[in-house]
Write a protein that binds this ligand. Structure first.
Ligand SMILES: NC(=O)c1ccc[n+]([C@@H]2O[C@H](COP(=O)([O-])OP(=O)(O)OC[C@H]3O[C@@H](n4cnc5c(N)ncnc54)[C@H](O)[C@@H]3O)[C@@H](O)[C@H]2O)c1
Length: 274
């Protein structure tokens, strides 16, 4: 109920999907929610539902991030929780590309089953453009750094705070059709551990969530691959946004006061570790 009472929480990419669910759960736990997103129309709609505030922010633009955090500092005078959640999967407006990867996945499975030999190839890295690579790294990794840096200008003085970075199981397992995404998500886990060590002396905890496959717009175009993922998941299903939101509530709450530098991975058993 009141696990985040009167905490001020900023969620990037909070307009929809996992970020919107985190916003709702934080609000239900008593937090004041600030949603920062490139999609300001949807961010405003979502903010309205949680009695929160919405700001346009492109997390990959350091000047824009700096300006928005300054505005937030002036308005709220504190920041208790930062959730670095904004992200892309690289297939936005590129269903053709995604369909090709799905086709190749099915083809490879068919080939190995029927001929015990794979002759079709993903060829993702060899065809990837500089822009595709830079955009992915900029939004996920640079964005996490830019927002953390600005948040610390508020949190350091408070000598308390909590930062949650959104990773992915693909940062650990790798994904054959998204080397840039896997690279960014894996780097976020290293960044989480380094900043957790650095900031412990300031009583600022830094943790990551590495979701498995969750039902949001990001996974809605996966087609046949959905069934493959489900069959490779011990729980045989995709997760729901609330499965991630509850993990975020826990990490942000005082119940997790001895937890820092960790990765919590709600994934239905898709990856098991530790
Ligand atoms: N859905 C999954 O299965 C899954 C699994 C693992 C990790 N994740 C990660 O969780 C996070 C949220 O994913 P989701 O499934 O909710 O996706 P989503 O597409 O539903 O939402 C992503 C949000 O991020 C915003 N965004 C994108 N680029 C931005 C930018 N440059 N600046 C600010 N906002 C930006 C979008 O406008 C959108 O509101 C992402 O980091 C994603 O990589 C998702």
């Amino acid at each position: 109920m009141n696990r985040l009472n009167k905490k001020v929480a900023l969620i990037t990419g909070g307009a929809k999907g996992l970020g919107a669910s985190i916003a709702k759960h934080f609000y239900n736990e008593g937090a004041k929610v600030i949603i920062c997103d490139k999609n300001i129309e949807q961010a405003s709609e979502t903010a309205k539902k949680v009695d929160g505030n919405a700001y346009y922010m492109d997390v990959s633009n350091s000047k824009n991030v700096e300006d928005v955090f300054l505005e937030i500092k002036n308005k709220f005078n504190k920041l208790d929780i930062l959730v670095n959640n904004a992200g892309i999967n690289g297939f936005e407006n590129r269903q053709d590309l995604l369909d090709d990867r799905i086709k190749k996945t099915n083809l490879q499975n068919k080939e190995i089953f029927e001929n015990n030999k794979i002759t079709s190839h993903f060829d993702v890295t060899v065809t990837m453009t500089d822009n595709e690579w830079h955009e992915m790294i900029s939004i996920h990794l640079n964005g996490t750094f830019f927002c953390t840096r600005e948040a610390l200008k508020i949190m350091n003085e408070q000598t308390q705070g909590c930062i949650i970075n959104m990773g992915s199981v693909l940062g650990t397992t790798g994904g054959p059709s998204s080397p840039h995404y896997s690279a960014a998500k894996s780097a976020i886990l290293g960044y989480t551990r380094a900043t957790a060590r650095e900031l412990a002396s300031r009583n600022i905890r830094v943790n990551a969530i590495a979701p498995g496959y969750i039902d949001t717009d990001m996974t809605s175009g996966l087609g046949d691959v959905k069934e493959l993922v489900k069959s490779a998941t011990p729980m045989k299903k995709f997760g729901q946004p609330e499965d991630i939101a509850w993990a975020a509530v826990y990490l942000a709450s005082d119940e997790a006061k001895f937890i820092t530098g960790q990765t919590l991975s709600p994934n239905g058993g898709f990856v098991m570790s530790q």
